[in-house]
Design a protein around this ligand. Structure first.
Ligand SMILES: Cc1ncc(C[n+]2csc(CCOP(=O)(O)OP(=O)(O)O)c2C)c(N)n1
Ligand code: SF4
Length: 329
């Protein structure tokens, strides 16, 4: 009879080679959601990639000359043209008979605002690029200025909360709906609260020929004003309140969602972050703004069908997503 081998799973995992596209020795703040997300994305994308990275925190903290945290080919782009740079490299390599899927990385400022034109053009022309937006909801690298991704009523340095107005006056731009209108093969949202879901979505998006888009909700302790150790808790509260809908779209149509199993009030999200501190009191404006944000969360829940339903069949890959309206792949 053969001898039974007792496997030490931890030892086995330690010995398995694990690809990392980015080293930990960089200069991000403690608890930076974006650095966590970039590690997860590059690990899932594997070694056979080239990254075009718009300026922003990720670029600045990962490449202080002459150092770099990147273990994959990586190229800096301007604030506004990561998608155009990725599209150009992809086209050049195709012409040389070396087709590849490019990665483009940018923050929300580089995506929702200043890089939007090149992003739209890249998708419209059908380039083989996975574009990843690390959404920390403001221009963090230059001092926490509001972007069109900043949530309504959040305080930033250019939308301060004071007597005249309670933080940002405008709504967060519904970028996913605009991206969906391009009818691209695949677009999805994700959050650092669910790393396995990010990995599954990156693998899906990398395997698809043509333009794909992933937007990752990435708390910024400095700009959102929360303790570094709360990053995951904050991100999870975003999902469970409905303020951060986690969904997948194919050709612009919703195919799956990360369901909310126990819905929480938006105050559970707001009270964790100093940028919403002015919304927690009893004064009528704070109450009105809280109600407004609750209505926005409820709208997301309704629009995407986020509440868990009896009989929801879970996605076998992530064990988290459930189908809404069609096949996942
Ligand atoms: C045309 C142009 N305008 C402004 C800047 C200055 N700038 C560099 S990074 C940045 C903010 C980046 O914000 P975001 O894309 O949200 O990334 P984050 O730093 O938040 O990760 C700004 C305003 C620039 N480099 N180029
Ligand atoms: S400012 Fe925010 S996004 Fe930038 S490195 Fe620090 S935590 Fe990360």
């Amino acid at each position: 009879m053969s001898k039974t081998t007792v496997l030490d799973l931890r030892e086995l995992r330690r010995r398995q080679p694990r690809f990392t596209g980015m080293d930990p020795g960089h200069r991000a703040c403690q608890g930076c959601g974006q650095s966590l997300a970039a590690h997860i994305v590059t690990e899932a994308a594997g070694p056979d990639v080239i990254v075009a990275n718009a300026t922003g925190c990720l670029e600045v903290f990962s490449t202080p000359w002459p150092q770099t945290a990147w273990r994959v080919p990586w190229i800096h782009s301007l604030f506004e043209n990561a998608a155009a740079l990725a599209a150009g490299i992809e086209t050049a390599l195709k012409q040389q008979g070396r087709p590849t899927k490019m990665l483009a990385f940018a923050g929300d400022g580089g995506t929702f605002d200043i890089g939007f034109q090149t992003l739209s053009g890249m998708i419209e022309r059908g380039h083989n690029v996975l574009y990843v937006c690390f959404d920390n909801e403001a221009y963090m690298n230059t001092g926490v200025q509001r972007s069109s991704s900043t949530p309504h009523a959040a305080a930033t340095t250019t939308s301060p909360a004071g007597r005249m107005r309670p933080g940002k006056r405008h709504l967060k731009k519904d970028l996913l709906a605009i991206i969906a209108a391009h009818h691209l093969p695949y677009a999805a949202t994700a959050t650092v609260a669910y790393p396995g879901d990010i990995k599954a979505k990156v693998r899906r998006a990398m395997a698809i020929e043509g333009p794909t888009f992933l937007m990752i909700h990435a708390p910024c302790p400095l700009g959102w004003v929360h303790a570094p150790e709360l990053t995951i808790k904050v991100a999870r509260a975003g999902v469970e309140t409905g303020l951060t809908p986690i969904v997948e779209l194919e050709r612009g149509k919703l195919v799956s969602v990360l369901p909310i199993r126990e819905k929480r009030p938006v105050t559970d999200y707001l009270r964790l972050q100093g940028r919403f501190r002015h919304l927690l009191g009893d004064d009528p404006v704070a109450v009105q703004e809280r109600e407004h944000l609750q209505a926005l969360a409820d709208h997301n829940i309704e629009t995407y069908g986020l509440l868990a339903r009896e009989g929801d069949v879970r996605d076998s890959v992530t064990a988290a997503l459930v189908r809404r309206g069609g096949a996942i792949r």
